[in-house]
Design a protein around this ligand. Structure first.
Ligand code: ATP
Ligand code: MG
Length: 254
């Protein structure tokens, strides 16, 4: 059975893309079939998986706006079990074009339904906003994972995101679950990271992954080589963090 997971937080730079790419790669390393969908016009997941957006004939834009079958836009990655539905900068226009479209929140869901039979997991990398691209991801998803950076103001905006999830649950997607909050960029050398982690675990007891992603330079270097961290330096603490997250997820997710 396929599980579609939106990696969402409207706050920028909290580790959404790093999580979509590296959790995807870690699940693929466990021989689960995985599709990463880059639903952000910044196209960071696309370049981070070694795909040159400029050379693409089709992208998620054509799927959402042009009703091109998602299968036609999917490309392979260096990992056998990991595929990518890439983004292109033209996706910026999609948000505007969608405003007047029919069933505008359901475009991605309708595009992904035929893929459910082909993948164990589909991870959607969302942009840093609560606009129509994120709404499409939340309507298509079975669950959301929320990366939270272990920094000041980590919880900022989380309330609004959870309200949005609740609103979608009450209307368009009643089964949408929050699979968990993921603590990212944890720095064991600072007491701040510890404080934030403790505060988040107190406020969201039982909804925070045990696995914590450390701040690790290998995670920020690997995208410039077009590789997930496990193909760049599997022994790095960053890679190990995401492998641990994947293990935990496979043990605990429904
Ligand atoms: P945006 O909101 O712009 O889409 P994002 O939430 O997708 O950002 P990322 O792009 O994953 O965030 O991460 C932001 C920056 O921090 C990137 O340069 C990334 O390489 C780096 N980064 C992410 N996670 C870590 C980490 N655990 N350790 C070190 N650097 C990290
Ligand atoms: Mg991103």
């Amino acid at each position: 059975m396929c599980r579609i997971i939106a990696v969402a937080n409207q706050k920028g730079g909290v580790g959404k893309t790093t999580t979509a790419v590296n959790m995807g790669a870690s699940l693929a390393a466990a021989e689960k079939t995985v599709l990463v969908i880059d639903s952000d016009p910044q196209a960071n997941a696309t370049s981070g998986l070694g795909v040159d957006a400029g050379s693409l004939a089709l992208s998620v834009y054509d799927v959402i706006i042009g009703s091109v079958p998602a299968r036609d836009a999917i490309v392979p990655t260096e990992l056998t079990y990991l595929d990518l539905l890439p983004a292109h900068r033209d996706l910026t226009g999609a948000e505007l074009e969608l405003v007047s479209a029919e069933r505008r929140e359901m475009r991605l869901k309708e595009a992904l339904d035929p893929l459910r039979a082909s993948y164990d997991f589909i991870l959607i990398d969302c942009p840093p906003s609560l606009g129509l691209l994120t709404l499409n991801a939340l309507c298509a998803a079975d669950a959301v994972i929320v990366p939270l950076q272990c920094e000041y103001y980590a919880l900022e905006g989380l309330g609004r995101l959870l309200e949005t999830v609740e609103m979608i649950r009450e209307g368009m997607n009643p089964a949408l679950a929050v699979d968990g909050i993921l603590l990212t960029m944890y720095d064991s050398r600072t007491s701040l990271s510890d404080q934030v982690a403790r505060e988040v675990r107190e406020n969201f007891a039982g909804r925070v992954f045990k696995a914590v992603i450390p701040r690790n330079v290998r995670l920020s270097e690997s995208p410039s080589f077009g590789k997930p961290a496990i193909l760049y330096d599997v022994r790095s603490r960053g890679s190990q963090g995401y492998l641990e997250l994947a293990r935990e997820y496979l043990e605990t997710a429904p």
